[in-house]
Design a protein around this ligand. Structure first.
Ligand SMILES: NC(=O)c1ccc[n+]([C@@H]2O[C@H](COP(=O)([O-])OP(=O)(O)OC[C@H]3O[C@@H](n4cnc5c(N)ncnc54)[C@H](OP(=O)(O)O)[C@@H]3O)[C@@H](O)[C@H]2O)c1
Length: 262
């Protein structure tokens, strides 16, 4: 895998998604030609924000592909210097969607590592925590939804600690991992581990006019917070975005997209 070369053609799967849209934006900014896949190229909500990106007219090529169709990606990936695989089909067969999602991600990554080893593919994985930050796509995505609920007048916040990551850091980490010849293995990407009460506190400081919840959903004690090492990602050259900036930009973006009801 190498980021150099005269023909910088890369593929991004699930390109209209939250993380992938930022990835496409940054790749175009860096002069790459991007073959981007979506399931429905006729859906303007999936396409318009990508087509409006700087460099899209010259270097963005959109293709229809579905992971559930065998061989759907073969011809697209052919001849690319790298593939950024962000698309993720999750069919929920369980009463516990979170558990099902985690299982699907674990199995998918294990299968990808096995395939990469058997086929001598130079693979690196980026494993972000809970991703927040501004939206490029017009619709709300799953990981920003809890922030929207908080600022849209939720009465309580969850008694939970999350591993927060900024969407722009996630996109940049993918590119740095691709461009760095020494990148290897897995990169856990977490800007800060924080309980929801701390998130509410920061939001209150940033947006004193918002009607934010004051109490937790239950009376259980808050689990002490740990941190996740940033060292490996920083060694790739990543400068983490402070969580205060991520939260500020998330709310500004939700306002701009008119998703705030208050
Ligand atoms: N957001 C987070 O907090 C977070 C944290 C850790 C890991 N991740 C992982 O990061 C990746 C991107 O997440 P995201 O938050 O950007 O999600 P997202 O906005 O929902 O994007 C996921 C994309 O996957 C595509 N997709 C779904 N089923 C597909 C299929 N059968 N074939 C082809 N494409 C399909 C969708 O494409 P269409 O446009 O065609 O519908 C969608 O654009 C996912 O693998 C996710 O599991 C996300």
């Amino acid at each position: 895998m190498s980021g150099g070369g005269a023909e910088k053609v890369v593929c991004v799967t699930g390109a209209s998604g939250y993380i992938a849209s930022w990835l496409v934006k940054f790749l175009l900014q860096r002069g790459y030609t991007v073959k981007a896949t979506v399931r429905d190229p006729n859906d303007p909500r999936k396409m318009e924000h990508l087509l409006a990106l700087d460099g899209a007219k010259e270097r963005l090529h959109l293709f229809k592909a579905d992971l559930l169709e065998e061989g759907s990606f073969d011809s697209l990936v052919d001849g690319c210097k790298g593939v950024f695989h962000t698309a993720s089909p999750v069919i929920n067969y369980s009463a516990d969607p979170q558990l099902w999602y985690s299982l699907s991600k674990t199995l998918a990554e294990a299968a990808a590592w096995k395939f990469a080893k058997e086929n001598a593919i130079d693979m690196v994985t980026v494993n972000p925590g809970f991703v927040i930050g501004p939206l490029l796509q017009p619709t709300l995505n799953t990981s920003v939804e809890p922030i929207l609920k908080l600022v849209n007048g939720a009465k309580t916040f969850s008694n939970a600690t999350y591993r927060w990551a900024d969407v722009r850091d996630v996109a940049n980490a993918h590119i740095l991992a691709f461009e760095s010849p020494s990148a290897s293995g897995r990169y856990c990407l977490v800007g800060r581990v924080m309980h929801c009460y701390e998130v509410v506190k920061i939001l209150h400081e940033l947006f004193p006019d918002l009607n934010l919840p004051e109490k937790s959903v239950d009376d259980n004690p808050f689990v002490p917070t740990y941190q996740v090492s940033k060292e490996r990602a920083e060694n790739l050259g990543l400068n983490f975005t402070p969580v205060e900036v991520s939260l500020k930009d998330t709310v500004e973006s939700l306002k701009e997209k008119k998703l705030l009801s208050v």
